[in-house]
Design a protein around this ligand. Structure first.
Ligand SMILES: C[S@@+](CC[C@H](N)C(=O)[O-])C[C@H]1O[C@@H](n2cnc3c(N)ncnc32)[C@H](O)[C@@H]1O
Length: 285
C-alpha cells in the first residue's frame, strides 16, 4: 500500500508541467491569414495541431496562457515575433543531393550548352539551410575545375536557415546521397567538439553567397542567372501565388535560362514565359 507521501509524489509527477493551450478556430484563422499574407504559404484548413506544435514553445518562452495573447504580440508591427513565427511556420526540410537526377541533368546540360568563357550564375531560390546550394557547388566545381567562372546565390525567407547555410556546417545525417568522391574532395570531417559534423570546403563556401529573400515581395537587385532551382516550395502556395512567384523569378533568368522545380510540383496549365524541356525542368522562351 502506498503511504501518503507516495501519493503526493505521484500527484506531482502526473501533473503536466505546462498545459498546452489549444489553438481556437479564430486564432487559427488569424495565423493562417498571417502566414498567407506574409509568406504566401497556404496552410489550408484544420492544421491546428501543426500550428500548435510549431508555436507552443513561443508561448512558453513568453509565459503566455493562450494563443490569443500570443497573437497580440505577433501582430504588433515592431515585434521580433514576426520573423520568429515565419521561421517556425515554414517547412525547411532539405538534404544534400535531394532528387539526385537534377544534378546529373544539370551537368549534362552544361556539357552540351555552356561556353566556358562565360560566367555561370545559379540561384537556389528557396535554399533552406543550404544543402541544395552546396550540392550544386560540388557539381559545378567538379565540372568547371579551373577552366571557367561560376557562382551560386542561395536565398530563403527564414533568417534561421540562412544563418545555418552561411556556416556550411552540418550534422552528418542524411548525407548518403553525396557521391563518395565529392565527400572526400569537398567535405571536412569534424573531430573533437565537432565530431559527427561536416564542414563544406572553404573553396565552395567562398563561391556560394546567401541572403534572406521573401519571394512573394518585389525582388531585390540580384542580377541575372543561367539557372534557377526553385524546388519543394511551390507545394505550399496556391495557384495565384505560384504564378506570381514564377513570373517574378523568371524575370531574373537570362534568355534561354533554365528553371528546375521539385519532382512532385507542377506548373501545368499556367500561362508563363517558360516551356518544359525535361520533366520538372523549364526553359525561358
Ligand atoms: C522544403 S524547403 C526546400 C529546400 C530545398 N529547395 C530542397 O528542395 O530541398 C522550402 C523552403 O522554402 C522557404 N520559403 C517558404 N516560403 C517562402 C517565401 N515566401 N520566400 C522565400 N522562401 C520561402 C522555406 O523557408 C523553406 O526553407
Amino acid at each position: 500500500m502506498l503511504s501518503e507521501g507516495w501519493e503526493i509524489t505521484l500527484n506531482k509527477l502526473t501533473t503536466p508541467i505546462f498545459k498546452q493551450p489549444e489553438v481556437s478556430a479564430n486564432a487559427y484563422q488569424t495565423i493562417r491569414e498571417f502566414i498567407y499574407n506574409e509568406a504566401g504559404i497556404d496552410l489550408g484548413s484544420g492544421k491546428q495541431t501543426l500550428v500548435s506544435s510549431r508555436l507552443n514553445k513561443r508561448l512558453r518562452h513568453h509565459q503566455l496562457d493562450s494563443f490569443d495573447q500570443y497573437l497580440e504580440l505577433l501582430l504588433n508591427k515592431n515585434s521580433i515575433e514576426y520573423q520568429v513565427a515565419i521561421d517556425l511556420l515554414t517547412t525547411n526540410e532539405t538534404y544534400f543531393f535531394r532528387e539526385a537526377e537534377h544534378f546529373n541533368l544539370l551537368k549534362n546540360l552544361l556539357l552540351q550548352h555552356h561556353p566556358m568563357n562565360k560566367n555561370f550564375r545559379l540561384w537556389s531560390a528557396a535554399s533552406s539551410s543550404g544543402q541544395e546550394a552546396y550540392s550544386i557547388a560540388m557539381v559545378l566545381d567538379d565540372f568547371f575545375g579551373s577552366r571557367g567562372y561560376w557562382e551560386i546565390f542561395g536565398s530563403d525567407i527564414s533568417t534561421r536557415m540562412i544563418k545555418k547555410a552561411k556556416s556550411g556546417l552540418y550534422q552528418c545525417h542524411r548525407i548518403d546521397a553525396i557521391p563518395k568522391d565529392f565527400l572526400r574532395k569537398y567535405c571536412l570531417k569534424g573531430t573533437g567538439e565537432f565530431d559527427g559534423y561536416l564542414l563544406v570546403d572553404k573553396k565552395l563556401r567562398e563561391k556560394t553567397r546567401f541572403a534572406e529573400i521573401n519571394l512573394t515581395k518585389p525582388l531585390p537587385e540580384v542580377g541575372e542567372f543561367d539557372v534557377i532551382f526553385l524546388r519543394n516550395i511551390l507545394i505550399y502556395f496556391d495557384n495565384k501565388t505560384k504564378k506570381n512567384i514564377i513570373r517574378s523569378i523568371t524575370s531574373k533568368l537570362r534568355s534561354k535560362g533554365l528553371l528546375f522545380i521539385g519532382h512532385s510540383e507542377s506548373l501545368k496549365g499556367m500561362d508563363l514565359p517558360i516551356e518544359l524541356i525535361a520533366p520538372t525542368v523549364y526553359q525561358k522562351k
